[in-house]
Design a protein around this ligand. Sequence first.
Ligand SMILES: *Cc1c(COP(=O)(O)O)cnc(C)c1O
Length: 376
Amino acid sequence: MRPIQMVDTKTQYHKIKSDVDKEVLDVLESSAFINGKPVQDFAANLSAYLGVKHTIPCANGTDALQIAMMALGFQPGDEVITPSFTYIATTEVIALLKLTPVFVEVDPKTFCIDPTALEKAITPKTKAIVPVHLYGHAAPMEEIMAIAKKYDLFVIEDNAQAIGCDYTFSDGTKKKTGTIGHIGATSFYPSKNLGAFGDGGAIFTNDDELAVKLKMIANHGQSKRYYHDVVGCNSRLDTIQAAILDIKLRHLDEYTIARRAAADFYDKSFAGNPKIKTPYRAPFSHHVFHQYTMILEGVDRDGLNQFLAEHKIPSMIYYPVPGHKQKMFEQFGTASQVMPVTDWLTGRVISLPMHTELDEEQLKFITNKVLEYVNK
Ligand SMILES: *Cc1c(COP(=O)(O)O)cnc(C)c1O
């Protein structure tokens, strides 16, 4: 059996090696390391794939979120509502920009922001909502957009874990996550569903005016060369990464199919086990399984993690500490916030290996070992 990894980027690379190597060598030969043609090509191809008007490439997913928030003209002290149960990048940029993060609960089924909790958290200072499509499952965007409209708020989607995910509205129309809110942000970190061979990110919008602002902010606030109208930053996707991503984009749907097949195998193996709650798939979301995260009931999670490690099966806890309890946010006094759903999930979730290269032998081995421990 091939060694089991949380993410197997190497095997994935070897399947497209000749294409990737050729494109990378072409970039080296052109020496257009910054803003070379592949950057514009990839942005255009990604816009077409997602069905969005503008894609602004940038250096990473955290920058994408930061630039999105910088473009919306918020003032220090403005409130941004976000789930506590997410990766730190989502919430960190809020505080970095001197805005106030307001943490709300998630729905324990979808792991995404709970619209009822979200609406309750709105105050006259609220300016934006940042839903996260966690683990590759879409947040309930239709409800979120309706709330945003009612209270005149901006929606910035954190799509770092769900690129390629289709959202189906109640009238049957579909849109890709990341293109539904006013702005979408994504990451091309190597382990993400569309991963570069280094760092990368992108910002999406259908709004022409916002697109101009986002582009400007990502490029030192520059309107024309050496004329800087607003305070911005320096955030670029380099040409080599864009060239690689453009190739991988052509395989993204296949990658999603492979991830979903692995998830189906896990689901089937664990079906009916009272101690394992397999990931829920809401009818509105075409789950792209960035992670396969299950909830354990009455199982010693650290014990399972340890037992799997002894059999060379990696497993991870995403995330062991929710945002509202992070020391980083001490000044906001959120640690004392009562968040039973988030705390409950934090203590019970475990993620199994999930990537595009898992074979049946590996999946059988993993599920057998999980069941051996859980049923003992
Ligand atoms: C990965 C990730 C980010 C940040 O992306 P980077 O490219 O690592 O900066 C933001 N939000 C979520 C939910 C992520 O998973």
